[in-house]
Design a protein around this ligand. Structure first.
Ligand code: AR6
Length: 186
C-alpha cells in the first residue's frame, strides 16, 4: 500500500527537516514568488548561483541542487503546468512533475521528500483537482518503490490541508477496494 507512507502537514516547507524538499519553480529556475521565493530566501544566494548553472528546466521535469542554508540537504526543483482551463494536458503534466521528483529522489538514494502543492498558487491549477492527482501519483510510486520511506505533502493553510486529507481518504478507499487484505479504516 502506497498511502501508508504519505503524510499531510500544515507547515512552511522551508522549515522541514527532511532530506529533500521540492520547489515549485518556473522554467528559468532563477527564483520567483510563492514557495519558490521562500525557498530561495531561506537557502541564501548559493542556491541561485547553482540554479544559474543548470540553465533552466522544462515543464514536468525536475532537477536537483543542494539545500544551502535550509534544514533540508537537497532541493528538487520542478516546473508545474500553468492552468489553461484543463484541456491542455495540465493533469498529465502535473502528475509527471510528481513522478519526475520521486524518480530523481530515488536515483539519489534519498528516503524522505516533502512536496508543496505544485501549480496551485500563481499557476492557477484548482486545488480540488490537483490534490487527488498528487496523492494518486505519490501513492502509486511508493507502492512500487520501497526505498522511499516517506513523502510529505506540505500545505500552506487549512484549505489545502483539508483538500489533501480528502484526496488521501479517497486513495485509501481505492487501494482498499483493489486489495482485500488491506487494514480497515473508518
Ligand atoms: N511552504 C509550503 N507551501 C507554500 C509556501 C511555503 N513556504 N509558500 C507558498 N506555498 P506557488 P505555482 C504554497 O505560487 O502555483 C513562482 O513565482 C502555495 O500556497 O508557489 O507552482 C514560481 O517562480 C500554493 O498552494 O507555485 C513560478 O513562476 C503552492 O505553494 C510560479 O510561482 C504553490 O504556489 C509557480 O507557481
Amino acid at each position: 500500500m502506497g498511502w501508508t507512507r504519505i503524510s499531510i502537514a500544515i507547515a512552511d516547507i522551508t522549515k522541514m527537516r527532511v532530506e529533500s524538499i521540492v520547489n515549485a519553480a518556473n522554467n528559468t529556475l532563477l527564483g520567483g514568488g510563492g514557495v519558490d521565493g521562500a525557498i530561495h530566501r531561506a537557502a541564501g544566494p548559493g542556491l541561485l548561483e547553482e540554479c544559474r548553472n543548470l540553465r533552466g528546466c522544462p515543464t514536468g521535469e525536475a532537477v536537483i541542487t543542494g539545500g544551502y542554508n535550509l534544514p533540508a540537504a537537497w532541493v528538487i526543483h520542478t516546473v508545474g503546468p500553468v492552468w489553461r482551463g484543463g484541456g491542455h494536458g495540465e493533469d498529465e503534466t502535473l502528475a509527471r512533475c510528481y513522478k519526475s521528483c520521486l524518480d530523481l529522489a530515488v536515483s539519489r538514494g534519498l528516503s524522505t521528500i516533502a512536496f508543496p502543492s505544485i501549480s496551485t498558487g500563481a499557476y492557477g491549477f484548482p486545488l480540488e483537482r490537483a490534490a487527488p492527482i498528487a496523492i494518486r501519483e505519490i501513492a502509486s510510486f511508493l507502492k512500487r518503490e520501497e526505498s522511499l520511506k516517506r513523502a510529505i505533502m506540505v500545505c500552506h493553510g487549512k484549505k489545502a490541508f483539508n483538500c489533501y486529507i480528502r484526496a488521501l481518504r479517497l486513495q485509501i478507499r481505492l487501494e482498499e477496494k483493489s486489495s482485500p487484505n488491506a487494514p480497515e479504516l473508518d
